[in-house]
Design a binder for this molecule. Structure first.
Ligand code: HPA
Length: 235
């Protein structure tokens, strides 16, 4: 057990897929894993361990925002011997260069968050994906015939704001989309010498207000789940 996770030691695989939403973790475990076992439900932050095509894997929810993923990813890396975390989530596109349902493999996460600085003394507003997971995801997408874009994204602490203008840090680093977690995940992995990647599906296009509808969401995310699962078994 760790402070926020009640799974037994050894109950979590070395490779973790990390959606934000606990119910999405449940959906992936129940629909894609062989013999999934619920290993954590503290705070309803569901975590499951099972296998995919014979390889052990855990699906662990992160909750929303840098503080939440910062806690769960740290405890998984340090108390459960997790080596690789692949976040899977949704993002809002800042530009019409991206379309609904586009898949993105995050190159660098950029943020005005103080998380990396105050947690680990990591200066600057940009942190790269860590380790080989990013390249393995790119290779897996090619093998699966899936179109995948790589770009920088903005990890924002803010969902609702006064203006529609793209925030300065996102302009500075040419971020094409916004989500809320990758920066803290990459910071923890960098500090601990672990592997981390983030795979995103565009769920809304901010300038045009186009959105994936609530009932489209579950099936819209299936290609990302298949890509993430296919990649993690090669890590
Ligand atoms: N902002 C922040 N995070 C998001 C968004 C957004 O517009 N869409 C999906 N995740």
């Amino acid at each position: 057990m760790s402070i926020h996770i009640s799974a037994a030691k050894g109950a979590i695989a070395k490779t973790v897929l990390m959606p934000g939403d606990p119910l999405r973790a449940k959906y992936i475990a129940e629909n894609f894993l062989e013999a999934p076992v619920l290993v954590n439900q503290t705070r309803n932050m569901y975590m499951y361990t099972g296998s995919y095509q014979g390889s052990p894997i855990s699906i662990c929810a992160s909750g929303m925002g840098c503080p939440s993923i910062g806690i769960y990813s740290f405890e998984l890396y340090t108390e459960y011997e997790v080596e690789t975390i692949v976040r899977i989530g949704t993002c809002g596109a800042y530009t019409t260069e991206l379309e609904l349902f586009d898949l993105i493999n995050v190159d660098n996460a950029c943020s005005e968050s103080t998380f990396a600085k105050y947690a680990w003394g990591i200066e600057g507003s940009m942190i790269a994906h860590q380790g080989p997971a990013f390249s393995i995801i790119n290779e897996t997408a090619a093998a699966q015939g899936k179109k995948l874009k790589t770009c920088n994204i903005h990890s924002s602490d803010i969902f609702y704001r006064k203006t529609m203008d793209t925030p300065e840090v996102a302009v500075e680093h040419h971020c094409l989309a916004v989500e809320m977690e990758a920066f803290a995940l990459f910071a923890n992995a960098r500090h601990l010498g672990k592997n981390a990647a983030t795979l995103l599906t565009v769920s809304d296009v901010i300038p045009t207000h186009k959105k994936i509808s609530a009932d489209q969401r579950e099936t819209a995310l299936v290609p990302m789940m298949e890509l993430a699962l296919g990649a993690t078994i090669k890590i």
